[in-house]
Ligand binder design. Structure first.
Ligand code: SF4
Length: 454
């Protein structure tokens, strides 16, 4: 098999992994070295739908010894297999970099024999890149659960970011769908990376030349919709991972049915893109809006509303918190107002030192007044008195009623994702209702329900 064929197979096999985005690392080029790295998100990934790419995203090998039922690379799947040599992978990366195709590398791998052997080969490829080619571009490497801690330590000295995929949200699901994987084997390297990263940051603050261990931190990925866990379970787990392992990101990947297996959703199941979107919105609320998982979902309401973003949903359930006076509220209080994000909250706090804020100033600052006007006062004055139906109409998420819903095969999906419309819109469209009509009908129904709830 020539290198081009290997690349085709191994880049294709890597496309289901979403756990990579921009780097967060600043490293300028040096004479005698190759590449540089900017913190401001220039390193992107090649996602299956063709969105912006500038990392070479590839597996070292797809010849897996494990048999995770949801994965195309599983041992029992009849699928073309390929494995790079360390030098092939390093030379390929450098060749692409020199031709300006990529700015970095996202390297993962199936389990080639054993976790240790796989990691040793990946480390050797990264060593060649860093030490022989003096490559200073961004590298995101996967840690193989179950690998020796010494290997984790070594790969962290070559990679900017590490990730260990948690894959499924509970141990029971892991046992059922990925019997070779153990929760402890996944969490142990996460803990090690968290400790080593913190230690490395401390050392770097004292000695500038101390070796940097995974300076862009670690991330993980979770598959959504393959197993029965609720959004509440997933969000609690996400919050726990951020707190315990200082993760930079938890990525959610809507389950894409590519495998016929009685333990998995049917092949005709649509990837739960809207659910994935809601989880990402909630993830932002945890990281940037000072919400906790327990505030967003409860035992009685364990899943997100498909028609409302999680912050609007929280606002509707907490009418006593509002209105918020924009001229005196704390930044944390402002962040709870629908239509006010972290940037506009900060600008409000800064601007009101100079002047009293009214609607015109809030508009200039970038507040989404369509939603915020029903939840704020400006110097005691209420900007809008909408009816319940008007407020509900302003809060419904237009994304849930995305038009242009089409019947697509999974092959189509790989090229172009389905719009993340609510499942009810898809269901009507599948029954022959025109996409725009389906969206309109579902929106009317959602509006009536929400108006009643308020
Ligand atoms: S370990 Fe499981 S998920 Fe990873 S490549 Fe192998 S079969 Fe796929």
């Amino acid at each position: 098999m020539d290198l081009g064929e290997k690349l085709e197979i191994l880049a294709d096999s890597a496309k289901y992994d979403v756990a990579c985005t921009s780097s967060g690392v600043n490293r300028v080029g040096q004479p005698g070295s190759l590449g540089s790295c900017a913190a401001a998100g220039i390193c992107h990934a090649f996602t299956p739908d063709g969105r912006c790419v500038s990392l070479l995203k590839v597996l070292y090998s797809n010849a897996c010894a494990y048999d995770c039922s949801y994965c195309v690379n599983r041992r029992t799947n009849d699928h073309p297999r390929a494995t790079f040599t360390p030098r092939e992978l390093a030379e390929l990366t450098i060749g692409f970099y020199r031709r300006n195709y990529i700015e970095g590398l996202f390297l993962s791998s199936a389990v080639l024999g054993t976790p240790d052997r796989t990691m040793e080969l990946m480390i050797e490829a990264l060593r060649i890149l860093r030490e022989e080619y003096h490559f200073r571009g961004y590298i995101h490497a996967k840690t193989i659960p179950g690998a020796d801690p010494l290997l984790v330590e070594r790969i962290g000295l070559f990679a900017d970011r590490l990730s260990v995929n948690i894959e499924l949200p509970s141990e029971a699901s892991l046992t059922q769908l990925a019997p070779d994987k153990k929760k402890a084997a996944i969490l142990r390297p996460m803990g090690q990376i968290a400790v080593k990263s913190a230690q490395s940051r401390r050392e770097l603050s004292v000695y500038r030349s101390a070796p940097a261990f995974a300076p862009a931190g670690q991330s993980t990925q979770m598959i959504i919709g393959a197993t029965p866990e609720t959004d509440r379970h997933i969000l609690n787990l996400t919050e726990g991972l951020y707190k315990k392992y200082s993760l930079k990101r938890v990525f959610f990947s809507a389950y894409l049915p590519i495998v016929a297996d009685a333990r998995l959703p049917a092949l005709s199941t649509r990837p739960p893109l809207l659910r994935e979107h809601r989880l990402y919105q909630a993830d932002w609320l945890l990281r940037y809006y000072h919400f906790s998982a327990g505030e967003l979902l409860s035992e009685e309401e364990p899943n997100f509303d498909p028609y409302l973003d999680p912050k609007c949903n929280w606002a509707i359930r907490h009418p006593a918190f509002f209105p918020v006076e924009v001229n005196t509220a704390s930044r944390e209080e402002l962040l709870r107002v629908p239509g006010i994000g972290p940037k506009s909250a900060l600008r409000i706090v800064q601007a009101r030192r100079m002047q009293t804020l009214g609607m015109a100033e809030l508009k200039r600052i970038g507040v989404v007044l369509k939603r915020a006007q029903y939840f704020i006062t400006c110097s005691g004055h209420t900007p809008a008195h909408g009816t319940r139906a008007e407020i509900a109409g302003a809060l419904l998420d237009p994304k849930a009623f995305g038009v242009g819903v089409q019947q697509m095969s999974l092959d189509d999906f790989a090229a172009k994702p389905l719009p993340a419309a609510a499942p009810a819109v898809h269901e009507l469209a599948e029954h022959g209702v025109a996409a725009s009509k389906a969206a309109q009908l579902v929106r009317e129904e959602a509006l009536t329900c929400l108006t009643r709830r308020m």
